[in-house]
Design a binder for this molecule. Structure first.
Ligand SMILES: NC(=O)c1ccc[n+]([C@@H]2O[C@H](COP(=O)([O-])OP(=O)(O)OC[C@H]3O[C@@H](n4cnc5c(N)ncnc54)[C@H](O)[C@@H]3O)[C@@H](O)[C@H]2O)c1
Length: 363
């Protein structure tokens, strides 16, 4: 294993697939004599840690944090730094992040700051982390109530994607992760999208799906590691998706949406907007909506809440001058950046979604 991916070099990534590659990576780690700290959350410690090939490691330790977004915090990072200090870690050693996107973001951030950057390896265990969070070099924690406010751009030294970990992932998490996979296909890989759209529900063989999804993610992140331009394409579905997520967080009577569930609805709304702007044909929109609806169903909210949900879009990081900046589809497999939208248009999309896109006349 090389020392690639040091701070400031996020452009190339060593991404490997399958159990054999995982065995090889751990063999390399063992032979290198590095100390290793394995970061898990309590679920991945129970379900995934026993699957790591750790026999023969004399110098490995584990550190487990509570599952969920609340662990992406400064307090938890301090705990990880303390553990690295206690085990006398230096830049030659390695932090292994074994978990979903939460563990990858958290561990990546902790490692990228400790002693100005120790090596870290991602072993993603959720579909979302395999297809998205573990690749591309974004790390981060939440701060002052806002997501991912503090973070670094820092690629993992290696990422190893073994779809066998998905065996224990709860079905709702698996389904939500699939939304990000479909987003990758919609903006960049029309063939993979059409294959997914012709399936009835979730794929049974994840390996080709993951390889295609990661190829797309790398296409954007290697071209634009620090999100100055083309990487913004990956935000398709996220403007309205984040607004729905924030709205549901405020509704104490309703369970929060998973990120992917909100993104699926956001993609349907934003595909509708693309269709209204004649960036997407009506038949293509219908295929997008029918596929998303079949897999994710429809999120329930009150029509009276539409204006409030649309207003959340004003918080989006990409906005400027009080206008909302969306990435929209430009045909299937293409995208249009910097599409400025009014609140009225966003409300129109949400209303159309609410009615199942039945009452709207498309061009
Ligand atoms: N860095 C990036 O580019 C990027 C991209 C997208 C999302 N993210 C971040 O990723 C996070 C969301 O990731 P997530 O959806 O994986 O959530 P998560 O990491 O919280 O995992 C979801 C749940 O699944 C459990 N889990 C994970 N793998 C499991 C397995 N194999 N078996 C049993 N349980 C398992 C976890 O313990 C958790 O309860 C968010 O914090 C988001 O900000 C980062």
């Amino acid at each position: 294993m090389s020392d690639r991916g040091r701070q400031g070099e996020p452009s190339s990534e060593d991404v490997r697939f399958g159990r054999e590659e995982m065995l090889r990576l751990f063999q390399e780690l063992s032979e290198s004599g590095r100390r290793m700290l394995i970061l898990t959350d309590h679920h991945t410690r129970q379900h995934c840690l026993p699957r790591l090939p750790l026999i023969g490691f004399s110098n490995s330790h584990t550190f487990s944090v509570p599952p969920g977004e609340s662990s992406k915090s400064m307090d938890v990072v301090t705990g990880i730094w303390q553990a690295l200090s206690d085990h006398h870690f230096d830049r030659h050693d390695v932090l292994v992040n074994l978990g979903g996107g939460m563990v990858c973001d958290l561990g990546g951030f902790a490692a990228s700051c400790f002693k100005r950057g120790v090596a870290f390896v991602h072993v993603p265990t959720s579909l979302l982390a395999m297809a998205d969070a573990a690749v591309g070099g974004k790390t981060g924690i939440n701060f002052a109530g806002a997501k991912n406010q503090i973070g670094t751009f820092q690629s993992a030294t290696a990422v190893v994607i073994n779809s066998e970990f998905l065996d224990t992932l709860p079905l709702r998490e698996l389904q939500a992760g699939y939304a990000e996979v479909l987003k990758h296909f919609l903006i960049h890989d029309a063939d993979a999208w059409h294959r997914a759209a012709s399936g009835l529900h979730l794929p049974t063989d994840w390996n080709p799906v993951l390889e295609a999804a990661v190829r797309t993610k790398l296409h954007f992140t290697m071209a634009d590691p620090t999100e100055k331009g083309i990487r913004k394409a990956l935000n398709f579905g996220h403007t309205i998706g984040h607004a729905l997520e924030s709205h549901f967080l405020q509704q104490t009577a309703m369970p929060p949406l998973l990120h992917g569930e909100a993104v699926a609805a956001g993609m349907a709304c934003e595909a509708f907007l693309a269709c209204q702007r004649r960036l997407l044909r009506k038949t293509a929109f219908e295929e997008v909506w029918q596929t998303l609806h079949r897999i994710f169903g429809k999120i329930d909210f009150e029509v009276e809440d539409v204006a409030g949900i649309a207003a959340w879009c004003l918080q989006d990081k990409k906005n400027a001058g009080g206008k909302v900046n969306c990435t929209l589809l430009k045909g299937i497999g293409g995208f249009a950046l910097d599409q400025w939208c009014t609140l009225k248009e966003l409300e129109g999309c949400l209303q159309a979604y609410h009615s199942g896109f039945e009452e709207r006349i498309l061009p």
